[in-house]
Design a protein around this ligand. Structure first.
Ligand code: NDP
Ligand code: MG
Length: 380
């Protein structure tokens, strides 16, 4: 029985992780979780899974829940998130929290040598060097949850790093893949949230539409697989059936295919190196799909992808600045305060205004993150 600590249990990845646990009651149990502000859902999860430790965002919510569930230990805020991540009875951490709040809890779990199944992109984007260095130092396994990185991770099983020619990250193109740039000026939040293939949280769905999601994934891939940016390419693949691939020196390409269902990579991260059936999952029937399409990525159409490569190559605090600017800009777009294309403009302004510090420690990263948030908020 693997005991799981799940950060972000009330989110899109969190809920799908709970589905996987529910399908395998003999193999997995939920020992600790964190939620943000969705207390009704948190309450339901506690009633069903009986975790021993729960952290929520606000103190008042923690106190109210404590009175309701006397058998459970409650905490709150960033400290609570950290306590949930390192809860002493868990075997693996699933980090599915949204945003850069996920960084410190990941680092703490790594220091304990606890395997981390990582969905929270912002952690690797903002502090990939610290995360991978700590994982190396403590011998901690980092297992990707994001479908693209899970695909690459699977394709690399049994392969040697020195044989890799390049990583090919596939991109669906998001909600506006069939529109040109000048058709994007007045798109609505509702249109942007309508992803053709995947059902995901709001922020990442907007990131898919701007292609920032792919940019973040390129930076994640750089750290997870210690691959230079020149050896990571992005390929448009609108069906989201090939989740990513690895090309080797002998020109062989190994790809991982599957239906667009995040529960598959989540489950693989939990069961790794084993595989298990996913009874409620849908099998991939290529004969029904018939054709798969591929196209070259257009960096002028999707400026955020260009920003990400540039920020990644500059390194230091630049990716943190890009990420923080993006988080603020996307939130402003979701609140209806800026237009879709202004997301890109705000990120660009933040990148231009910032002077990157090389090899930043956690404090420097957090300072760059909060300065950027302030700066971008002032522009909104
Ligand atoms: P959601 O917005 O659906 O869920 C986010 C979760 O984090 C919720 O449980 C939320 O709590 C919690 N949360 C948010 N802010 C805070 C905070 N300040 N303190 C504590 N908890 C907080 O996001 P997703 O599940 O879509 O994404 C989660 C992460 O996984 C992101 O980094 C995303 O990029 C990545 N990812 C997502 C994929 C997907 O398919 N959705 C695919 C690959 C990666 P509450 O709702 O209770 O407030
Ligand atoms: Mg992805």
């Amino acid at each position: 029985m693997k005991k799981i600590s799940l950060l972000g249990a009330t989110g899109s990845i969190g809920i799908q992780t709970l589905d996987v646990i529910r399908e395998h009651p003999e193999e997995f149990s939920l020992a600790a979780l964190s939620a943000g502000r969705n207390i009704p859902l948190c309450r339901k999860i506690i009633s069903e899974f009986h975790p021993e430790f729960v952290s929520v965002k606000n103190k008042e919510d923690a106190e109210a829940l404590r009175a309701e569930f006397p058998g459970t230990v409650f905490s709150y805020g960033p400290d609570g998130l950290q306590e949930a991540a390192v809860y002493y009875k868990t075997d693996i951490l699933v980090n599915a929290v949204l945003g850069s709040v996920g960084l410190s809890p990941t680092l703490e779990a790594i220091k304990l040598g606890r395997p981390v199944a990582i969905a929270n992109k912002e952690t690797l984007v903002t502090a990939g060097h610290l995360v991978m260095e700590a994982a190396k130092q403590h011998g901690t396994q980092i297992i990707p949850v994001d479908s693209e990185h899970s695909a690459i991770f699977q394709a690399l099983q049994g392969e040697r790093e020195k044989n890799i020619e390049r990583l090919v990250v596939t991109a669906s193109g998001g909600s506006f893949r069939d529109r040109c740039r000048n058709e994007l000026a007045n798109v609505t939040v509702k249109e942007a949230l309508n992803h053709p293939n995947w059902s995901m949280g709001a922020k990442i769905t907007i990131d898919s539409a701007t292609m920032m999601n792919k940019g973040l994934e390129v930076i994640e891939a750089h750290w997870l697989f210690s691959m230079p940016y020149e050896k990571i390419s992005v390929l448009l693949h609108k069906e989201s059936i090939i989740h990513s691939m690895v090309e080797f020196h002998d020109s062989s390409i190994i790809a991982q295919l599957g239906t667009p269902d995040m529960r598959v990579p989540i489950q693989y991260a939990l069961s790794y190196p084993d595989r298990m059936p996913l009874p409620s999952g849908k099998r991939l029937r290529l004969e029904e799909i018939g054709k798969l399409h591929f196209a070259e990525m257009d960096f002028d159409r999707f400026r955020c992808l260009r920003f990400a490569y540039e920020a990644g190559k500059t390194g230091g605090t630049m990716p943190s600045v890009m990420n923080a600017a993006n988080e603020v800009a996307v939130a402003a777009f979701l609140e209806g305060r800026i237009k879709f294309l202004e997301i890109e403009d705000l990120i660009e302004k933040a990148l231009i205004a910032h002077k990157s510090s090389a090899n930043p420690d956690l404090e420097t990263i957090q300072a760059a993150d909060s300065e950027t948030r302030k700066f971008v908020k002032s522009l909104v």
